[in-house]
Design a protein around this ligand. Sequence first.
Ligand SMILES: *Cc1c(COP(=O)(O)O)cnc(C)c1O
Length: 369
Amino acid sequence: MNVPFLDLRAAYLELKPAIDAAITRVLESGSYILGAEVEAFESEFAAYCEATHCVGVANGLDALTLALRALDVGPGDEVIVPSNTYIATWLAVSAVGATPVSVEPDAATHNIDPARIEAAITSRTKAILPVHLYGQPADLDPVLAIAQAHDLALVEDAAQAHGARYKGRRIGAHGDIVCWSFYPGKNLGAMGDAGAITTNRDDLADRIRVLRNYGSREKYVNEVQGVNSRLDPIQAAILRTKLPHLDDWTARRRAVAARYDGGLATAGIALPHVPEWADPVWHLYVVRSPERDKLQARLASAGVGTLIHYPIPPHMQAAYAGMEIVRGALPLAERLAREVLSLPLSPYLTLEQQDAVIALVGKLVNDRR
Ligand SMILES: *Cc1c(COP(=O)(O)O)cnc(C)c1O
């Protein structure tokens, strides 16, 4: 049985008439930059995230970069980031001229370990940037307490966590700014690049609105050296069509995760750990095994697609060779890179496909016994 890791076309086919109509609506409007469609998505997504403001931007990396710029993070400053994240989190810090300072994850949740943050704070630290990795909220209360005690900003990378809840409240405005990506493979995905920030702070929403549009509030009047990072109205219209379905898709993802949890309980691999205060949205279902490469190869030969999130931690990338973080300096990030494997999980995975994955993983373990 063929089980693709992800089938982006399935999401289009489910809503094809509505998505086609939304695209046509924008084409016929004659308005192709910002405008009513983008504003409507911004207010709908802010409401969904239980936040006061949403500002649409071009992609998730820009959301992170503009968030740091709005907070005046720049050259000479340090920002605390997880050691085991997608490199975008680090790149945003570098893009504003600041230095990413890595903190290792909690070994069970793979999210930043609040107990390790204080040791990484220096007089240059300006912000803490946790990531809600795999759609599991990071433990925000202790991070907020540390940020308050040291007068640091809290920026959240929520690119994988659309709809997740921390202690009952939606991810969207716990910290100063929350950054979103709508890359096609995310839980709420556009059909091209798109991103946004959400916040409860009027001042920061205003600054990002100006920064994303050439530093301009009024045409040909430029207050600051901004960038062109505007959410495209066609993508906004597609996202507006998809947003009302997000909770249903999350429920379907949750059902797949529960079936994997049950079916793989005795498979001899480490399964995702969900703390009682977390309400994850299962962007990824990540298992761990020292025999990860063998497991991945056997699944591939049986037609099951898997991915590794992520095979090389940022500090071991050529892009960060200049930081001279030695191999072995971040042992947890390095171990996760060797052991994690993301199983196929989407709202479109059939019960037969889910059971095929469970049976194959179980069989590998039995073969070993
Ligand atoms: C996808 C992702 C991003 C970047 O989003 P883009 O829209 O691709 O720029 C940032 N951080 C994390 C954790 C992501 O998964």
